[in-house]
Design a protein around this ligand. Sequence first.
Ligand code: LMR
Length: 399
Amino acid sequence: MNLFELVTAAPPDPILGLSEAFRNDPNPDKINLSVGVYQDESGKSPVLECVREAEKRLAATPGTKGYLPINGHPDYLRHTQALVFGEGNEMIETRCIASVHTPGGTGGLRVAGDFIRHCLGRRKVWVSNPTWANHQGIFKAADLDIDVYPYYDPETHGLNRDGMITVLEDIPENDVVLFHACCHNPTGVDPDADDWETIAKICKERRLLPVVDFAYQGFATGWVDDAVAIRAFSEYGMEFLVCSSFSKNFGLYQDRVGAMHVVAKNADEASRVLSQLKVLVRTNYSNPPAHGSAIVSTVLNDAALRQQWEEELKGMRVRINTVREQFVDELARAGVPGDFSFIRQQRGMFSFSGLSPEVVQQLRDKYSIYLVKSGRINVAGINSRNIGPLCSAIADCLG
Ligand code: LMR
C-alpha cells in the first residue's frame, strides 16, 4: 500500500477555491465577484500610493532580514494598538493589552483559538449565522466546538436583533462569542451603537468572552467610527480579544499583516498572557513576516503618508458605496424581479444578495460569473464594464 493511499481529497475552499476556478475559466467575459479583495474601476487590485512610497523608502534604507521579535516589531504593535483602540487609550497606557503581530487577521484568529483552547481551557465558540466561511474551520482546527447564534433576517435583509439577543442571553457562562466589528462578512449588516451597548452589557453580565474580528476597519464609515464595538466592550471594562488586519484597509493582502490583541484587567495579567501568546506563536510559525508591518509603520510614522492613506482608504469606501447605488439601479433597469434597495444599506465590501445557491451555480455555469455560494457578492468587483452583463445575467437566471 502507498503511504498516502488513505488520504482523501478535500473539497476546494468555498472562497479561495473560486478564485482558482475563475483563473482556469477560459471565458473571456468571466467576472469574479467572489473573494473579498478590493478592485478599482479598471478591475485591478491596486497597490495604494502610500504603500508604494513606503516601499520605495524601505528599499532605499539599509535594513536587515533578521527575525522580528516573536510578538512583532514594537513600532508596528504601537500603531496597530492605536488604530484599534484609539490613540492614548488608557488600556494601552496602562499596558493592559497584550498584542502580537500575526500573519493576517486569519493568523490572529487561529492564535486566538489556540489561546482559548490551551490557556483558558474553554471549549465552545459561538459564531453568527451566517459568518465568514473560514471562521468555523479555524476554530475547529484549534480543537474548539462551534455553535451559532441568529444574526441575519432574510425577510427584512437586516439584523435579526431579537433573535440574536435572545440567544446571547442564554449562552452558558464562560463561552466565547465571535463578533464582526463592522462590515459583517458575508451580510454587510452591522449592529448599531445601541446594539453594541446591549451586546456588551449581556456579555458582561453573562461573563462571556467576546472575540472581535476587525478585518474591515475603515470600510464602513471611517477607521475611528468603525471601532464602535471595541469602544462598547472597553466601556464595560471587559476582558476581550480582537483580531485586526491590514489586508483590506492597506491593501496588503499578500503581505499577511494583522494582529491579535488580548485586553486584560491589568498589566500583570497582560504580561502573563503575552508570555503564553509568544509560546503559541513560536510553536506555530516562530515569528511574523516583517515586510507588511514595516510598510504599515512607515506610513503611520509619517504625517503626510498617513494623510494619504486616510484619503486612499476613503476613496475605496466611497467607490464601493457608489457601486452599491449603481448596482441597485442597474438591477431594476435590467428588469430583475424584486426589490434590491436593501443593498444600499449594507456596509463594507460585500452585498448579501439573497440569490440562492442554485442561481449562483447557474450564473457560473452559464455566464462564468463567480459569487460565493451564499449569494455574497464582492461589490468592489463591479465596474462600468461588467455591471450591465452582470445584471442581465441575474435577470435571465431569475426570470
Ligand atoms: C473573503 O471573505 O473573501 C476574504 O476575507 C478573503 C478570505 O480569505 O476569505
